[in-house]
Design a protein around this ligand. Structure first.
Ligand code: 13P
Length: 256
């Protein structure tokens, strides 16, 4: 049974103080939920979030949005897995399309990051997805297949904890979503790739989220799809009330 997840990717939003305010607004409402609620905050907001959350809150987890694969070195401006370990984050988003597009991250680099995250006890949320041009050329599967090639090399004992987020680039921040059926179709296809590249068992265990203009009004249609294990949400995760609402809706559909 896959544990459903609603993860907020705050991107470059919220100071430490704003993050604290957000947390105090959502903390109690999210407590009894049976879905995992994850806050992927900017690095500087993670320590105040961890402090305010403590370790005892069962339903809210913390995540980072990127990291370098090396533990230390001359990499100005980067953050290492050891530094994230120290912040006690559970998850790290890797290969987000904004990292791929604006910071030219390659599949090979993202693969090294996923390895390193696993080696340091962090669970990667690996993002994949096609651009509009690629979709229009009918290349969706080909692009995602390339982005998933690292799967066959990842450590066998860790890989079932991996979270994959299918985020079609044309749906991110645009207000346009893939239809729930289309998102479920691509996610089903990703699961079959995992079957082929890794094993049937792992393909049944890996959680696959949909991301791209998800909000409190449309999340239910995605959660209604058997194939979709949750959502990675940008803009709509910034407001406490819409975050709580999305967690509640996901919990009603998928919670245990
Ligand atoms: P939006 O929900 O703002 O479209 O962003 C999606 C996303 O990129 C989450 O990682």
């Amino acid at each position: 049974m896959r544990n459903p997840m609603v993860a907020g990717n705050w991107k470059m939003h919220k100071t430490g103080e704003e993050a604290r305010e957000f947390l105090s607004a959502v903390k109690e409402s999210v407590k009894g939920e049976t879905v995992e609620a994850v806050l992927c905050a900017p690095f500087t907001a993670l320590p105040p979030l961890r402090e305010a959350l403590g370790r005892s809150h069962a339903s809210i987890k913390l995540g980072a949005q990127n990291m370098h694969w090396e533990e230390k070195g001359a990499y100005t401006g980067e953050i290492s897995p050891l530094m994230l370990q120290e912040l006690e984050v559970d998850y790290v988003i890797l290969g987000h399309s904004e990292r791929r597009a604006y910071f030219h991250e390659t599949d090979a680099e993202i693969e090294k990051k996923v390895f390193s995250a696993f080696a340091h006890g962090l669970t990667p949320i690996l993002c994949v997805g096609e651009t509009l041009a690629e979709r229009e050329k009918g290349e969706t599967e080909q692009v995602i297949s390339r982005q998933l090639q690292g799967l066959k090399n990842f450590p066998k004992e860790k890989i079932s904890s991996l979270v994959i987020a299918y985020e079609p680039v044309w749906a991110i921040g645009t207000g346009k979503t893939a239809s729930a059926e289309e998102a479920a179709r691509v996610i089903g296809w990703i699961r079959r790739q995992i079957f082929t590249l890794v094993s049937e068992e792992v393909s049944r265990e890996v959680r696959i989220l949909y991301g791209g203009s998800v909000n409190a009004e449309n999340i239910d249609q995605f959660m209604a799809e058997e194939e979709i294990d949750g959502a990675l949400v940008g803009g709509a995760s910034l407001k406490p009330e819409s975050f709580v609402k999305m967690v509640e809706i996901a919990g009603r559909r998928k919670g245990r």
